[in-house]
Design a protein around this ligand. Structure first.
Ligand code: SF4
Length: 370
């Protein structure tokens, strides 16, 4: 089988890993196998080459296309093959970076070594100095994680579930605390110690809807992680059944659910909400139709807040006011108090959302009931 044919299979096997992009290059328009659009800082779409080194895997994750019990074509590329294949795309301007992951064959650290060797070849043999995101495999040694972080702009480890019992529903071969959370904590402690990429960042991913975990359990886990680490962001992958897996007949998770999890996760990570401030239904699920920030606001007794006096922590709880606009409000009101809603509109406040929750110079902005 040619390298190109192998790549088509391996890149297809990598499609369920979600990622974004943390460099500053411009987007280009390419649509070929193995090339996936990641979202950059300013929302632009950036093509990344996303692949596995191998789709052979000893683990039995019941939702996964690559799980050990599935019968399909298994193969692997050597680090040299993969490095050259990637550079073929990169050299022609088709991609702006590499997202490298791998199934786990035999020894975990052998798998890590092959990923590290691939990145090492790119950096040191071929002089490639652009974006690399390397996926750390569960159970990887601290030394291998350290070396991966010295070579990659970003690393990530998928936590997959919110609780040990939730992971046990998905896989019998991975230990949640030891193989995953412990490694996440190592990544966090090693961050910024990389000499090559001192600003390297890390992310994680969960599968939503493949086990019985509620939105509340998922968000409680993320709250704990954000409090202890500098995790950049979390990806919520909506479970999709894959043929010939134990979960092939399970219902797919709606992307409406993951969209609300993203909204609520942003409240925890960017706005420093507590899970206790969020509103869940009787099954500990978020509303699929209403904005979690508006629902949370309806439960708070701080409103209406006075725009000319409210501290940051209250301003960012107003629906329609983001962190950036709240900071601008604080900076401007030091020089001159706000007198009308149009001034807020100019700062990017979504005024029709904010009106019921604010006063400006003592004046209510709406007659609506909260
Ligand atoms: S470890 Fe699990 S999720 Fe990762 S490739 Fe193997 S079977 Fe799939």
């Amino acid at each position: 089988m040619s390298t190109l044919e192998k790549m088509k299979i391996l890149t297809d096997s990598a499609q369920y890993d979600l990622c974004d992009y943390v460099s500053h290059h411009k987007s280009s328009q390419v649509n070929l196998p193995g090339i996936y659009e990641a979202t950059g800082h300013n929302g632009c779409k950036i093509p990344l080459f996303k692949t596995l080194l191998t789709n052979k895997c000893k683990n039995d994750c019941k939702y996964c296309i690559n799980q050990s019990k599935r019968n399909f074509t298994r193969l692997e590329l050597s680090p040299e093959e993969l490095a050259k294949a990637f550079l073929g795309y990169y050299g022609r301007g088709m991609v702006n970076g590499l997202f490298l992951s791998s199934g786990i064959t035999g020894d975990v650290d052998e798998t890590m070594e092959k990923q590290i060797e691939t990145v090492h070849l790119l950096r040191n043999k071929y002089g490639y100095d652009d974006y690399i995101h390397l996926k750390v495999v569960p159970g990887a040694s601290k030394d291998s994680i350290k070396r991966a972080m010295a070579l990659a702009n970003r690393v990530s480890i998928n936590i997959e579930a919110a609780t040990p019992s939730g992971l046990a529903e998905l896989s019998s071969t991975k230990d949640y605390n030891k193989d995953i959370l412990k490694r996440l904590s190592w990544i966090n402690s090693l961050q910024h110690k990389s000499t090559t990429y001192p600003n390297s960042t890390h992310t994680t991913q969960l599968i939503v809807g493949a086990n019985s975990e509620s939105d509340k359990e998922i968000l409680e886990r993320m709250e704990k992680i954000y409090k202890k680490s500098e995790l950049k962001r979390t990806y919520f992958s909506a479970f999709t059944p894959v043929e010939e897996t134990e979960f092939s007949n399970k219902e797919a998770c709606s992307t409406d659910r993951t969209a609300k999890l993203y909204n609520a996760d942003s409240l925890l990570n960017d706005y420093h909400y507590n899970v206790k401030e969020l509103v869940f239904d009787e099954n500990d699920r978020l509303s699929l139709t209403q904005d979690p920030k508006i629902l949370a606001a309806k439960n708070m007794d701080i409103f209406p807040v006075e725009i000319n006096r409210a501290p940051l922590v209250e301003l960012i709880r107003v629906p329609g006011i983001g962190v950036k606009s709240a900071r601008k409000i604080i900076s401007i009101r030091k020089k001159m108090p706000f007198t009308n809603i149009e001034q807020l509109k100019k700062l990017g406040v979504v005024v029709n959302r904010a009106e019921p929750y604010i006063k400006i110079s003592g004046e209510f902005q709406t007659t609506f009931d909260l």
